[in-house]
Design a protein around this ligand. Structure first.
Ligand SMILES: [Zn+2]
Length: 288
C-alpha cells in the first residue's frame, strides 16, 4: 500500500485505471500482455493547492469510451488498478478519497493534449490546463484518429493556457519553464511524440521524478533507440523524438534522474512503491 503522501505533503502518483494491450506494441520483442497505467503526477504546492501532470480520462469517458470517442474508443477497455478493488476510478475520485478536493487543483500541466492525458480536466473546475502552443494548435485542428479529441471542450472552458518555454537549456533539454519559480515543477521541451510534447521534472525535496509523458512507451526505446510499434504509429517526428530520447538517456544515466513514462507499468511501480530504479539492472523486455 502507498503511505499517505497527501498527509505528508509530498509528490505522489496515481493511475486512472489500466489499459490492457499486447506487450509487443510498447516494447519491441516482448510477449504476453501489458496492463498500461495512465500515470498522473500530483504535486502539492504548499498552499493547499495542487498541480497535476496530466489528468487521465473523465468518468463519462471511462464508462462509455466508444460512445464518447467513436471507433478509437474500442482501444480503451479500462481495468482496475492492481491495488484498488472495484471499478477503475478517475484521478478526481482518487483525490477525493485522499481528502483532496478537485477544486484545489489549480494547474494541470499537459505533457501533451492526446485524449488519454487530458479528458479528466472537466472534473477540476478551477484548474488551468497548460500546454505548449503547438499542442494547442494540434488539439484545435486534429481529431480522435490523430489522438486528439478535447479541442472544443478545452477552448470553451476558457481554461486552456499556452505554456511558453521561455527559459533556455535545462537538464540537457533545449528549453524550459520553472512553473512556480521554486524548482518544484520544471517543464522541459521534449517534442517528437507530438509537436509540442513536454517532460516535467517534479521535485519535492525528498525526490525528483521526470515525467516524460509518451516520449517513450517503454524505457528500451530511449535507452537502446529501438522504437516500439505504438511509437512508430503515433510519432509526430521521428528525428525530434530521437533527440528527446538522447536527452532522456543522458538525464537518466548522467544526471541520475528517475525517468517516468506515462504508460510504463514498471515505472509506475517504482514511483508508487519506491522499488529500485529500473535502470539499476539490464533493461527489461517483458513489461507487466
Ligand atoms: Zn498516452
Amino acid at each position: 500500500m502507498n503511505p499517505s503522501p497527501a498527509i505528508q505533503g509530498g509528490l505522489f502518483f496515481l493511475t486512472c485505471g489500466r489499459l490492457r494491450a499486447p506487450a509487443w506494441t510498447i516494447c519491441p520483442g516482448a510477449r504476453g500482455v501489458v496492463d498500461m497505467p495512465l500515470t498522473v503526477g500530483v504535486m502539492p504546492r504548499g498552499d493547499g493547492r495542487y498541480v497535476l501532470v496530466d489528468c487521465g480520462f473523465a468518468s463519462a469517458e471511462m464508462a462509455r469510451p466508444v460512445s464518447r470517442f467513436g471507433p478509437p474508443g474500442f482501444f480503451f477497455r479500462f481495468r482496475a488498478d492492481g491495488d484498488a478493488p472495484g471499478p477503475p476510478r478517475t484521478i478526481a475520485a482518487q483525490l477525493v478519497e485522499r481528502g483532496i478536493e478537485p477544486r484545489d487543483v489549480v494547474q494541470i500541466v499537459a505533457t501533451h493534449l492526446h485524449l488519454d492525458h487530458v479528458g479528466g480536466f472537466v472534473e477540476f473546475p478551477n484548474a488551468e490546463v497548460l500546454a505548449t502552443p503547438p499542442e494547442i494548435e494540434a488539439v484545435s485542428r486534429r481529431g480522435a484518429l490523430d489522438g486528439y479529441f478535447h479541442g472544443r471542450a478545452l477552448r470553451e472552458s476558457g481554461r486552456l493556457v499556452p505554456l511558453e518555454l521561455r527559459g533556455g537549456e535545462r537538464h540537457g533539454f533545449p528549453a524550459h519553464l520553472d512553473l512556480g519559480g521554486d524548482g518544484r515543477v520544471v517543464v522541459l521541451d521534449a517534442a517528437g511524440h507530438t509537436a509540442g510534447s513536454v517532460a516535467v521534472l517534479l521535485t519535492d525535496g525528498l525526490r525528483s521524478v521526470l515525467h516524460a509523458g509518451d516520449a517513450a512507451y517503454h524505457p528500451i526505446e530511449y535507452r537502446e533507440g529501438r522504437q516500439s510499434a505504438l511509437s512508430r504509429f503515433t510519432a509526430f517526428r521521428r528525428d525530434w523524438l530521437e533527440a528527446t530520447w538522447g536527452r532522456l538517456r543522458a538525464a537518466e544515466t548522467d544526471a541520475g534522474l528517475d525517468v517516468l513514462l506515462a504508460h510504463d507499468p514498471q515505472g509506475y511501480e517504482r514511483v508508487t512503491r519506491g522499488t529500485a530504479p529500473a535502470h539499476a539492472g539490464p533493461a527489461s523486455r517483458s513489461p507487466g
